[in-house]
Design a protein around this ligand. Sequence first.
Ligand SMILES: N[C@@H](CCC(=O)N[C@@H](CS)C(=O)NCC(=O)O)C(=O)O
Length: 220
Amino acid sequence: MLTVHHLNNSRSQRILWLLEELGVEYHLETYQRDPKTGLAPAQMKAIHPLGRSPVLTTDTGSLAESGAIVEFIINSYGEGRFQPADDSLLRQQYWFWLHFAEGSLMPPRVAALVFSKAKDKMPWLLRPLASKILDGITEAYYGPNLKESMKYTESYLKNHEWFAGTEPTGADVQMIFPLETLVSMGRADAYPAVAKWVEKVHARPAYQRALEKGGRYDYA
Ligand SMILES: N[C@@H](CCC(=O)N[C@@H](CS)C(=O)NCC(=O)O)C(=O)O
């Protein structure tokens, strides 16, 4: 039996969506973020040394990293579903988006979160200087980097129904977290095709079942 170690408001929501789509039976262990730090509770480190979410416990051990978990589930239980047909272009698209989500889209998002927390923690005398430095880094690198990635994603979704073919795949499962968080924070007005794709995912019965099981999730 698979166990999903699920942290509230986190990337593990995408794993629940995938399992619901595939109709795979699983057990759910839910954890709450520390209300002050937003970090995962220490018990998660007993499940996997990284102590981050998601973690999937299988008969052979504990697997972390959502991309690895998505590939494991699809390869073990997909029976051909949620991966592209044997077509080289679709496979390329599949691998690209599967890795782009955590490899390129998430780092500038995480940096923005860390910078904003760092500003809040700064002694008030140092805050103006710290803000100037952190805003400078954002303007010089993370801001334009995220914009480029979003422009590329928007142009792709204008011409494609799903990220790798005419049906959702693991690539869509990986892309939902960065994109739904942006949309729900009101930061996707310039990206209508992205917003439409997020709406389409949210309307899927399996996504709705995953939401019911996972508990409060602020991004859907
Ligand atoms: N790239 C990793 C990121 C894992 C990660 O940072 N998860 C966040 C939740 S969205 C987390 O556990 N944060 C709490 C913490 O770091 O203590 C993945 O896709 O699994």
